[in-house]
Design a protein around this ligand. Structure first.
Ligand SMILES: [Cu+2]
Ligand SMILES: [Zn+2]
Length: 202
C-alpha cells in the first residue's frame, strides 16, 4: 500500500522538475532568433546579377503597335535597344512605368512613370528625371522605329533593389513627350505595353 504512494510522489516530483526544465527553455530562444535574419535572406539572393532584360510590347485594345525593347548592363550604363512597328510617323513618348501590369484596355494599370527617386519628369539626358524617362522613339514613314542609346539612370540589377526596372513595364504613347510637362510630358494615350523581365545572357 505504501509503495504505490511513494511511486506517485516520485513521479510527481519528476514531472515537476521536467516542467521546470521546459519553463526555463524560452530563456535560450533570443540567441537562436538573433541568428535568424541572416539565414532567412539567403534563398532570396539571386544566383547572379541579371545583366540583361527584355520587354515584349503588345498593342492596347485592337491597336497594332508592337515590338521589343532590350536592356543590357554595360560598364558605364544600360544599353537600351528598341524596335517598334505599327506607329504613326514621328515621335512617340517612350517610358518605363511603375507597374508591370498591362491588363487594362487603356493600359492605365501600368501606373505613372517609374520614379523611385521622387524626381520631376524630364528627358533621358537630364541629371534629374524619372528613372522611367527614356524620352521619345521616332517612327519613319513605314511606322517602324528603332532606338539605341546608353542610359545612365536605369538599373536592371536585382529586383530587390527598389530602383530596378525588373517587373516594371515599357509603354509607347500616341504623342511626343515634350520632356518638360509634369508629370508625364503630355504624351497622350498609351498604345503598347510590355513587362520587363530577366533575359538570358550568352
Ligand atoms: Cu509613359
Ligand atoms: Zn516621366
Amino acid at each position: 500500500m505504501n509503495a504505490p504512494k511513494y511511486l506517485v510522489a516520485a513521479s510527481l516530483c519528476f514531472s515537476f522538475s521536467l516542467a521546470v526544465a521546459f519553463a526555463q527553455e524560452p530563456a535560450a530562444k533570443p540567441t537562436e532568433s538573433a541568428a535568424k535574419p541572416a539565414a532567412k535572406s539567403e534563398p532570396l539572393e539571386p544566383a547572379a546579377e541579371p545583366g540583361k532584360a527584355i520587354a515584349i510590347l503588345h498593342p492596347a485594345g485592337d491597336g497594332k503597335v508592337a515590338g521589343t525593347v532590350t536592356f543590357v548592363e554595360e560598364a558605364d550604363g544600360v544599353k537600351v535597344h528598341a524596335e517598334i512597328t505599327g506607329l504613326t510617323p514621328g515621335k512617340h513618348g517612350f517610358h518605363i512605368h511603375e507597374f508591370g501590369d498591362c491588363s487594362a484596355p487603356d493600359l492605365a494599370s501600368a501606373g505613372g512613370h517609374f520614379n523611385p527617386t521622387n524626381s520631376p519628369h524630364a528627358g533621358p539626358d537630364a541629371s534629374e528625371r524619372h528613372e522611367g524617362d527614356m524620352g521619345n522613339i521616332e517612327a519613319d514613314v513605314s511606322g517602324k522605329a528603332t532606338l539605341d542609346y546608353l542610359d545612365h539612370h536605369i538599373s536592371i540589377l536585382s529586383a530587390k533593389d527598389k530602383e530596378s526596372v525588373l517587373g516594371r513595364s515599357v509603354i509607347i504613347h500616341a504623342k511626343a513627350d515634350d520632356l518638360k510637362t509634369q508629370p508625364s510630358g503630355d504624351a497622350g494615350g498609351r498604345l503598347a505595353c510590355g513587362v520587363i523581365g530577366v533575359a538570358k545572357t550568352k
